[in-house]
Design a protein around this ligand. Structure first.
Ligand code: NAD
Length: 499
């Protein structure tokens, strides 16, 4: 019998001592064994956390840029040094293989490094002498307490998209992690403490809808950064904005990879396998629909099949390529989409429903699955599946492929594979998707650009990190100033004009 670890909230610089009225079960997806119990916050506990964050804001919001950056640098060093420990925590609760967990922390760390440049990023404009003796300048100030609600699939990277910039800009933070893999956020909280961040600046409150709703409606919470499925993202956006908050809510995805007849098919096949099955397809930028244009379908499917035969599914701590799905319920749901595709007439080329695994029998296993002859009316195509299932759709022309992407309700990421620069350029101009790869399968922007999709993949007008992130976590002021000199004077009730 495994001893269960209690996973408490982290409020005001310490684990929250009092026992929770409600809790959630945490499992190791590679074994199917429960390993932890996570506390679920009541409204009262969330109120305590917000009060702690609000109190901390009084000092942190006014702290010098030099002070904030020194803490950020210390945190960056600690995160870098202890990356493997964090990755092991992620693998034990999410299931992704260790190398992928390290990769997630590294990509999150890039945002932290971007945020270390906050003194430069917060620089405003200054115009001397806009009128006689008058200067104008702009400044950006923190919002106050900000909320971050994250999904299960990137328990470290997604919070890292937001909190480094929020904290660097002088805000204080409440993170509400996914209840499925909550421990990464607590580990991060401990690192912040060690780095010298004042208590109350970074808080972690665990829970479900009760915790989320209390954040969304709390008058002292000024903004919400949400990442998760589209129905919840829409709800969070509508509820948060109705309560006067700034909201950025990133939702689900269905990412198409278009392969034109002139593409390098070996490169395309490698990319399709990496982007389709990495992290068991539980990435918002995973490729799940491969759109083969013209006569590339048969050779491409053959090349992908050959590569898939070498993939090893199993426990992420054993050097495998692909781990389990996050829960049994999710594993069964993904498998049911494969069943539905088969029943609707699609061809199952590689069937992952009864995989050979290097892992315990109780793990939530589903092997890489390739389905050919999928059509747009099938649920395996229309819905976000979020599993290791790659559908192949066959079309006759570029225009047909483009139309398919553009009418789909999601618009997170897409990729085109071609050696024709003109076709690629036309695609980047015409496609209605937020993040585009040209011969690159998972085009996650670097930290100094912003991350986010179009259509049902994002609600709100700010994408994550980059300069949009800095903008989201600050409010602007413009100051018009005049210092009197002996020449000033006189009453004039007219509208100010610049002379
Ligand atoms: P989810 O929507 O189930 O959960 C996200 C967060 O919302 C969690 O913290 C969860 O506790 C909370 N939540 C769940 N149900 C709720 C409810 N009824 N009311 C209020 N809050 C609720 O998403 P998930 O399954 O954890 O993550 C996978 C989803 O996230 C996929 O749809 C994926 O595409 C999406 N995602 C999107 C991006 C992006 O950048 N667009 C990135 C990562 C993941």
């Amino acid at each position: 019998m495994t001893e269960l670890t209690r996973i408490p909230h982290w409020i005001n610089g310490a684990p929250y001592a009092a026992a929770a009225e409600r809790t959630g079960e945490v499992f190791n997806p590679a074994t199917g064994i429960q390993t932890g119990v996570v506390d679920f916050a009541s409204v009262e506990v969330m109120n305590e956390a917000v009060a702690a964050a609000k109190a901390a804001f009084a000092d942190w919001g006014k702290s010098s840029l030099a002070k904030r950056v020194s803490v950020l640098f210390a945190f960056r060093e600690l995160l870098n040094t202890r990356k493997d420990e964090l990755a092991a925590i992620i693998t034990s609760q999410h299931g992704k293989v260790l190398s992928d967990a390290v990769g997630e922390v590294t990509r999150g760390q890039e945002v932290l490094e971007f945020a270390c440049g906050i003194p430069h990023l917060l620089k405003g404009g200054y115009s001397e002498g806009v009128s006689t003796g008058v200067d104008v300048y702009s400044i950006r100030q923190p919002l106050g307490v900000v909320g971050i609600i994250s999904p299960f699939n990137f328990p470290a990277m997604v919070p890292l998209w937001f909190f480094p910039i929020a904290i660097a800009a002088g805000n204080t933070v409440i993170v509400k992690p996914s209840e499925k893999d909550p421990s990464a956020a607590n580990f991060i909280a401990e690192l912040w403490k060690e780095a010298g961040l004042p208590d109350g600046v970074f808080n972690v409150v665990h829970g479900d809808k009760v915790a989320v709703d209390s954040l969304l409606t709390h008058p002292d919470v000024k903004s919400i950064s949400f990442v998760g499925s589209t129905p919840i993202a829409r709800y969070v956006y509508e509820t948060g904005t109705a309560h006067g908050k700034r909201v950025q809510a990133l939702g689900g995805a269905k990412n198409h990879m278009i392969v034109l007849p002139d593409a390098d098919l070996d490169l395309a096949a490698d990319a399709a396998v990496n982007a389709g099955f990495g992290s068991a397809g539980e990435r918002c930028m995973a490729i799940s629909a491969l759109v083969a244009v013209g006569d590339v379908a048969d050779p491409l499917v053959a090349k992908i099949t050959e590569r898939m035969s070498k993939l090893r599914t199993g426990d992420g701590t054993r050097g495998t390529d692909m781990g389990p799905l996050v829960t049994k319920v999710h594993r069964d749901k993904v498998a049911s989409y494969v069943d539905a595709g088969e029943a609707a007439g699609a061809t199952i080329v590689v069937d992952g429903r009864n995989p050979e695994v290097d892992g315990e029998p109780g793990g939530y296993w589903l092997g890489p699955t390739l389905i050919d002859n999928v059509t747009t009316d099938m649920s395996v195509y229309a819905d976000e599946i979020f599993g290791p299932v790659l559908s192949v759709l066959r079309v006759a022309s570029y225009d047909e492929a483009l139309e398919m992407v553009n009418v789909h309700p999601y618009g997170n990421g897409t990729a085109i594979f071609t050696n024709d620069g003109g076709a690629a350029r036309r695609f980047q101009n015409e496609v209605e998707v937020g993040m585009i790869g040209i011969n690159v399968p998972i085009p996650v922007p670097m930290a100094y650009y912003s991350f986010g999709g179009w259509k049902n993949s994002l609600f709100g007008d700010s994408h994550a990190h980059g300069t949009e992130g800095v903008h989201f976590f600050t409010r602007g002021k413009v100051v018009t100033s005049r210092w009197l000199d002996p020449s000033h004077g006189g009453i004039n009730l007219g509208f100010p004009q610049n002379v």
